[in-house]
Design a protein around this ligand. Structure first.
Ligand code: COA
Length: 145
């Protein structure tokens, strides 16, 4: 399953050729991190084939949504789910997420995790609205190497 149609939007598996437009969208929505270079994303997509998706607006051919998703054999991870502001509330976010979670589930993974900044009130509301549970008992730690 590479392409999925809706009336106004085309949903496709993300390829490295989408990187520039996706990174542009992510930079103004979720922000880019040190592992969001073209090479890093290319490597991520190769290791997690068929789990990340983009949404293209048919009329303008513009990339208006993207999600990066993968798994480590135990958990599925959702990163960088974002929809262009002028195309929100069209179920694009939910569709991108469903495509990713279905692909992760087909790989035998039963649980998915998404990290959302506590400062992103809108993002937090979205995850709650679509029925994901906040793991209040966990804190994330990181180190830049
Ligand atoms: C969060 C985001 C991806 C939602 O995309 P979207 O395409 O507008 O969302 P959808 O249209 O698919 O909405 C799906 C459902 O979530 C609800 N929803 C969407 N955004 C919401 C919000 N900010 N607060 C509460 N509910 C929200 C919709 O009402 C809809 O509910 P329904 O199915 O009962 O009708 C988008 O607002 C975005 O890109 N935000 C900036 C980046 C971000 O915060 N990403 C998530 C954190 S990583």
């Amino acid at each position: 399953m590479n392409e999925l149609n809706s009336k106004n939007y085309l949903f496709k598996e993300m390829e490295v050729s989408h990187y520039e437009k996706a990174a542009e969208l992510w930079s103004v929505t979720v922000g880019l991190g040190p592992n969001d270079t073209r090479n890093s994303i290319e490597s991520f997509l190769q290791k997690n084939t068929g789990m990340s998706f983009v949404c293209i607006h048919k009329e303008t051919s513009r990339l208006v949504g993207a999600v990066l998703a993968g798994n480590d054999g135990r958990y599925g991870y959702i990163y960088h789910l974002a929809v262009s502001e002028d195309h929100r509330s069209n179920k694009i976010g939910k569709k991108l997420l469903t495509l990713s979670t279905n692909a992760i589930n087909r790989a035998g993974i039963k649980r998915c995790i998404a990290a959302v900044k506590t400062s992103n009130a809108e993002g937090l509301d979205f995850w709650k609205k679509i029925g994901w549970n906040n793991l209040y008992e966990l804190n994330l730690y990181s180190v830049v190497m």
